[in-house]
Structures are given as structure tokens and as C-alpha cells.
Design a protein around this ligand. Structure first.
Ligand code: AMP
Ligand code: AMP
Length: 336
């Protein structure tokens, strides 16, 4: 029988992906940028480290990974650093549906998907002249939300756009005032079940520190613009009465994905939401893969504890799915 190994890029959520794979009995491979090996050695999660000088070298090590019977578990770094075209062209077994990458990375069709699933999304304004409420302006490809700004009117928008001359590729979205909540799901092809593995909130610089400065001082500081650069994640447990709706949202998102992009979305994914004072759940984004917000739960979350009665991270859940698929002769169904 083929002894499969689990490989991933050493970044983002690799520690839990590799740890989880080992817990399920797989040998592991970390594909690591030169100079970034330390955590993967120190925590003992990688049986082998393949060092590269640049992410663009990944296609060059494919033959080696094929020889090792590696299954690649993707996370945000893969598409962010390799680009969606190069990911599509990878020949090594890839956990997930590659076709979904386009649906999540193009805001226009992502919206067709999520609204088709019945999710409430922030209103989008096609023309700045239509702005009639607070909006957030998001630039395409802005790393970590850098440069996003909030505007309250057309005048305000025009004034702030002066700092973004020549940047044409942006979206004007209704700004939803409420608390941010990132829901971590897992949809199993083997069991056909949608699972909620946890929730997190993000810790973003500098927006999460603005509240520490009084409004008077904020006015006094020149150029105090919020940015949304991710620094870390904070665990969250939601009000229990919100759970039925979160389960329904996850299930509908999967069902809709089967129609638009067969065989649809499976494995881990995340709905990025804002919950308003009316407890309306507004989804502004989907990540169709493991999110780093699952990292606080390497030993399991309250929700995985309820379901599994053993430590179950998202990384481990992925490895268990692969293990079950191998046993049930379903591996082809979960590899893209
Ligand atoms: P990194 O490997 O840290 O450079 O991150 C790769 C991609 O994942 C970047 O686009 C980051 O913005 C995103 N990312 C990394 N860590 C997190 C996190 N904790 N939460 C959300 N996104 C993240
Ligand atoms: P994104 O690049 O879409 O993941 O957004 C980055 C950050 O901007 C999020 O983590 C939120 O803090 C904030 N954000 C994005 N869209 C909205 C929205 N429509 N309303 C309020 N906050 C938002």
C-alpha cells in the first residue's frame, strides 16, 4: 500500500497541519524558505524539511514531492506567494477543489456564490456618486488590508482618494458596524456532514489600537488612518443561539458551491462576518481553505471538544479526512 505523506508550505498554519498529520500517523514534509526553519525544527512537526530560496521554486521540487507520495495541504501562503495560475498547474496531489480558488479570489463571482446561498452581504456601490452611508474602500490585492479607508459621503471619498491616484481597482462596500466574527467550518466528503470547528476574531494593526486613543487625540494626530494588517488571532465562543444560523449558513454555502463549481467546496473553510446589534450576521468574505484563525486551537476548540472528545485541530481534521478517504477508497474524490 502507498504510504502517503503530508506536505505543506512552512508558514501560516503549517504547525497545526503538520502536527495534526503526525497525530493521525502520517510522515510530514515542510517546504520552507531558507532562514525560516527554526519553528518547524523546534516544535518537531516536520519529518523532513525541503528548503527553497523562493516560493517560485515550488514547481521545481514537484518531482521530489511526487517521489515521496506527498499530498499537498494548501493554505493562504500558497496562493498568495505562488499565484492562482501556478497553483492550478501543480501536478502533485492537492487536498481540495482547485476550481474554487477562482470563485473566492474574484469578488464579483464570490458575491454571486454567497448571495446565491442566501447569505446577507454588505451592499456594494458601483458608483461613488451613490454613496449614501458609511462605506469601506478596498483595493484589489492590498496585502493585509493596507490602504483600505472608510468614507461617509461622496465628498469624503473624493478627498481621501487623492492619496490613491492611479489606483483604479477597488470596491466600495457598505461599512457594517458590529463585531467581527470568523466562523471555521469543515465539510466532509466522507461523512457528508458540515462541522463547526471554532470561531476567532482578528487582531489587526493599527485598527485594534485606535480605541486606546481618545477622539480628541485622534483629531490631533495627523494622518491617523486605520489599517487592517493581521498580527494574530484571538479565540472566540459565540452566543449559543447564533449557532443554528451559523450551521445553516455553512451548509447553504456548500450546497450552492456544488451547483456553481462541482464537486463544490469541501474541507476547511471560513465565513468572515460582522454581527450587528440586531444580531444580523453579515458575511463580507469567504476563505475556501484553512484559515490561520484556527491556530489557537491546536489542542482543539470548545466545539471540537464537544464533537470529538479528543484534541482535534483543523489540521488534524484534514489529516483524518485524508486517512478516512484512503480507507474508504475515496482519495480521488478529495484531491484536486
Ligand atoms: P504569511 O505566510 O504570514 O506571510 O501569510 C500568508 C498570507 O496569509 C497573507 O496573505 C496573510 O495576510 C495571510 N495570513 C497570515 N496569517 C494570518 C492570520 N493569522 N489571519 C489571517 N490571515 C493571515
Ligand atoms: P478583507 O480584506 O475583506 O478580509 O478585510 C480586511 C478587514 O477589513 C477585515 O478583517 C475587517 O476588519 C474589515 N472589513 C472588511 N470589510 C468590511 C465591511 N464591509 N464592514 C466592516 N469592516 C470590514
Amino acid at each position: 500500500m502507498v504510504q502517503y505523506k503530508i506536505a505543506t508550505i512552512a508558514s501560516h498554519s503549517a504547525l497545526q497541519i503538520l502536527k495534526g498529520a503526525k497525530q493521525e500517523g502520517f510522515k510530514t514534509i515542510a517546504i520552507c524558505l531558507k532562514g525560516r526553519e527554526k519553528p518547524y525544527i523546534s516544535y518537531g512537526v516536520a519529518d523532513r524539511i525541503i528548503t527553497i530560496s523562493d516560493y517560485s521554486e515550488i514547481p521545481k521540487i514537484e518531482d521530489e514531492l511526487l517521489k515521496e507520495n506527498a499530498i499537498l495541504v494548501p493554505h493562504a501562503s500558497l496562493v498568495a506567494y505562488l499565484g492562482s495560475k501556478a497553483v492550478e498547474n501543480l501536478r502533485i496531489p492537492y487536498y481540495g477543489n482547485k476550481k474554487i480558488i477562482e470563485w473566492e479570489s474574484n469578488r464579483k463571482i464570490e458575491r454571486v456564490w454567497l448571495t446565491g446561498a442566501g447569505l446577507r452581504m454588505p451592499k456594494v456601490f458601483d458608483r461613488p456618486e451613490d454613496i449614501d452611508r458609511p462605506v469601506i474602500i478596498k483595493f484589489h490585492g492590498a496585502a493585509g488590508g493596507k490602504g483600505y479607508f472608510i468614507a461617509k459621503s461622496l465628498r469624503d471619498f473624493r478627498r481621501k482618494m487623492k492619496n490613491h491616484k492611479g489606483e483604479e481597482d477597488y470596491v466600495i462596500q457598505e461599512y457594517i458596524l458590529g463585531v467581527h466574527c470568523y466562523a471555521h467550518y469543515f465539510y466532509s466528503v466522507v461523512t457528508g456532514e458540515i462541522e463547526i470547528l471554532g470561531f476567532d476574531k482578528r487582531y489587526e494593526s493599527n485598527v485594534d489600537s485606535l480605541g486606546r486613543i481618545s477622539a480628541r487625540d485622534q483629531f490631533a494626530l495627523p494622518k491617523l488612518d486605520p489599517s487592517y494588517v493581521i498580527v494574530g488571532n484571538i479565540p472566540l465562543v459565540v452566543r449559543e443561539s447564533l449557532l443554528p444560523r451559523f450551521f445553516e449558513m455553512g451548509m447553504k454555502t456548500v450546497e450552492e458551491s456544488k451547483k456553481i463549481c462541482p464537486p463544490g467546496l469541501f474541507g476547511p473553510f471560513c465565513l468572515e462576518t460582522v454581527i450587528t446589534p440586531e444580531t444580523e450576521i453579515v458575511t463580507f468574505e469567504i476563505s475556501a481553505r484553512i484559515v490561520a484563525g484556527t491556530n489557537p486551537y491546536i489542542n482543539g476548540s470548545p466545539y471540537t471538544w464537544l464533537k470529538y472528545d479528543e484534541p482535534m485541530s483543523t489540521g488534524r481534521r484534514i489529516a483524518r479526512e485524508i486517512k478516512m478517504a484512503i480507507k474508504e477508497n475515496m482519495l480521488k474524490k478529495i484531491l484536486g
